[in-house]
Design a protein around this ligand. Structure first.
Ligand SMILES: [Zn+2]
Length: 262
């Protein structure tokens, strides 16, 4: 029996060292990285003295657990918050000026954003987002370098982009150190009534709808573009007046739990 265990251990050792050599060989092909990866969601991997940029795709299909006829799944970016450092949840700052400029009350804008992030808090046992965001009309997203402040704000970007999330993370631990969400002020924003079956407006985006999706990126979930995932919060496309992303689907919940546990 002892001999068998020993033989198995040796076999495992040989196998794992072979895998290491294989990954080291794959790493040396940095020049072969497709150009189109640049500008897309990319991951910086430091492997010993080498640093590699890659896109990590883990699509996990979980079927249709709620039997609504739409498939559920999730995809992970491969980064996460180390919640043991944030016992009261990850702190964040809201700059509501973009919404206030459109005539929306500050308290309503802040409430919509809080409800959006809290949707994720409710499906994991850990405290993901701090319950008391700071309000700061000067807070900005950190695009060029991390400032270790997590900011949710509005900013002008290209037409066609509804919103974007910038994540900074430690390339060795893959721990997120800074995340910011920017809603595009090129578009008009509003607050829908929360009833997915009625259309409240057709010329602007619902703040909570888009924020719930972006908050999914903030915690480490990637977009899904396969049309079979149309009903999910992490589906990558959105439209004016859409509200269905406010509610998390089983795939979104499974994704959050895959990162932070139940
Ligand atoms: Zn997205």
């Amino acid at each position: 029996m002892r001999k068998l265990v020993l033989t198995l251990l040796i076999a495992l050792l040989i196998l794992s060292s072979t895998l290491h050599i294989a990954s080291a060989m794959a790493m040396s092909n940095e020049d072969d990285m497709p150009k189109e990866w640049l500008g897309r969601r990319k991951v910086v991997d430091r492997l010993g003295r080498y640093t590699r940029i890659a896109i990590i795709h883990y699509v996990v299909d979980i079927g249709d657990p709620d039997r609504d006829g739409a498939a559920d799944g999730y995809e992970l970016i491969g980064v996460r918050w180390n919640l043991s450092k944030y016992l009261n949840g990850v702190p964040y700052t809201i700059n509501p000026s973009g919404g206030v400029k459109l005539g929306l009350k500050e308290t309503l804008v802040v409430n919509e954003i809080r409800q959006a992030v809290e949707a994720w808090d409710q499906v994991v046992s850990a405290e993901l987002f701090n319950d008391n965001p700071r309000i700061d009309y000067k807070a900005k997203a950190s695009i060029g370098a991390p400032d270790f402040k997590n900011v949710i704000t509005w900013g002008r970007s290209q037409p066609g982009i509804v919103a974007y999330t910038v994540i900074w993370y430690d390339s060795s631990t893959r721990e997120i150190v800074d995340a910011d969400i920017v809603l595009n002020s090129y578009y008009k924003w509003g607050i829908a009534d929360g009833n997915e079956t009625t259309i409240d407006f057709t010329n602007k985006f619902d703040i909570r709808n888009v924020m719930t999706h972006e908050a999914g990126h903030f915690i480490g979930l990637d977009d899904l573009y396969d049309p079979e995932y149309w009903a999910m919060t992490m589906y990558g496309y959105t439209s004016y007046g859409e509200e269905i992303k406010r509610s998390l689907e089983p795939g979104d919940i499974a994704g959050a739990r895959a990162i932070y546990g139940e």
